[in-house]
Design a protein around this ligand. Structure first.
Ligand code: AMP
Ligand code: MG
Length: 399
């Protein structure tokens, strides 16, 4: 039997790295960045005016000048005008280049317009260089702005576009086949007999992978028949990068998955992990090196194993840099009847000091997927003990 840390290490060691592809920056959100993004120009690229108003020369101000003659108006996007004589100003808009010879902005709210183009400053509160965002004060041309391994979100999308990249290198989205095995399984919307159940693992697995932006998912259901499973797995293996099976990995008479995988030439890297739920978990590598996960069929076990192993494995294959692990303190003690590593569903919250807390939300057996709705994920409670007191800090995995 493999322990949780060993199982995780074995999965990571055997994951391929997905290739990089270029994608339009406008649709790159959610993907994992695979290149260093470099500043196209100084940022800001020119001395950028930050207020609507007038641009003046500070020397005029220190000489006591309070009334200025506008030589023109300069909008954002217009080339810079130039002050050539004392007591001149340019009427200037936010986002414009600071005019040549000007170095201070007086906001429009502090001005009175006199006849024609004369503007009088009605405040003494003016500082040299005010309301100018100096060229290059954020970043210099050629500076590294983003490193590979980030997930592209709103802030990263802006940086990539701001650096002029119309497209960007990201990790290719792998094609994952989710194969639910079981004679009893019937899809939503299909008629069902009393001895049958709705198949739910395909839905939870698809939702999890898709929401994490880590795979393009195809779902397939197969009955418990060794030949059917072998044919189904062999067919899907062809045009998918990874296979995720659910069900059929335990010790029952109809649990064909381990034997079928071996028959197809896959190497079973481990089968069964010291954990609850999810003990029957299997991980194999196909003859062409593609990862194959055999998740237990029980819906809580399937989703826990997916979240604990498959999602991190796909994140790693995409090159996503490890974020620091999320943790929370138990808001109630947890007592369990097993000394295996224990995954307890939780609802996350905060205590009065602002620390994250995990409220245990045990399910009624690992078949009780309904109780998972409304939980945020689970905590991993280490093996070798049966009692974890309130306040125990544990690693959190979100669904
Ligand atoms: P198994 O791992 O095949 O022994 O299945 C364990 C339990 O999980 C059984 O009660 C199955 O009916 C149930 N189960 C298996 N596959 C699914 C599925 N796709 N959706 C919901 N329940 C399932
Ligand atoms: Mg089964």
């Amino acid at each position: 039997m493999t322990d949780v840390a060993e199982a995780e290490a074995l999965v990571f060691q055997n994951m391929p790295e997905w290739p990089s592809v270029r994608t339009a920056t406008g649709t790159s959100h959610g993907r994992v960045l695979r290149e260093t993004v470099v500043a196209e120009r100084d940022q800001p690229p020119f001395d950028r005016v930050m207020m609507d108003g007038i641009a003046i020369a500070w020397t005029d101000w220190t000489n006591g000048q309070r009334s200025f003659e506008a030589i023109g108006t300069q909008a954002a996007g217009a080339p810079a005008l130039a002050l050539t004589q004392p007591a001149q100003c340019v009427e200037i808009m936010t986002g414009a280049m600071c005019p040549e010879g000007a170095d201070t902005i007086i906001p429009v709210e502090r001005l009175r317009r006199e006849a024609g183009s004369t503007l009088v400053v009605e405040t003494d509160d003016v500082e040299h260089g005010q309301f100018i965002h100096p060229r290059g004060s954020d970043r210099r041309e050629g500076e590294r702005l983003l490193e590979p391994g980030l997930r592209i979100g709103a802030t990263e999308a802006a940086v990539i576009a701001g650096a002029g990249y119309a497209d960007v290198a990201v990790a290719a989205l792998p094609r994952a086949a989710v194969i639910s095995t079981g004679d009893e399984l019937v899809g939503a919307g299909e008629p069902l007999a009393p001895h049958q159940i709705r198949s739910t693992n395909d839905f939870s697995i698809r939702a999890s992978l898709a929401l994490a932006g880590l795979a393009e998912v195809t779902c397939k259901r197969l009955v418990d028949d060794a030949t059917e499973i072998a044919d189904g797995v062999a067919g899907l293996h062809e045009d998918h990068d990874a296979l995720i099976l659910s069900g059929g990995v335990s010790m029952g008479q109809f649990d064909y998955v381990p034997a079928v995988l071996r028959r197809l030439g896959a190497e079973v890297v481990f089968h069964r992990v010291d954990q609850r739920p999810g003990r029957p978990l299997l991980f194999a590598v196909s003859r062409d090196g593609k990862p194959i996960f055999g998740l237990p069929g029980n819906p809580v076990s399937a989703l826990v194993c997916l979240t604990r192993y498959v999602i991190p494995a796909f994140a790693r294959a995409a090159g996503l840099k490890d974020a620091s692990p999320e943790r929370a303190a138990l808001s109630e003690p947890v007592t369990r009847s097993s000394r295996l590593t224990y995954f307890m569903p939780v609802r996350l919250g905060w205590d009065e000091q602002g620390r994250q807390t995990a409220e245990p939300r045990p399910t009624n057996t690992s078949g009780d997927f309904i109780s998972l709705a409304g939980t945020d994920g689970f905590v991993e409670l280490p093996k070798g003990r049966e009692h974890d007191p309130e306040g125990t800090v544990a690693r959190v995995y979100r669904w």
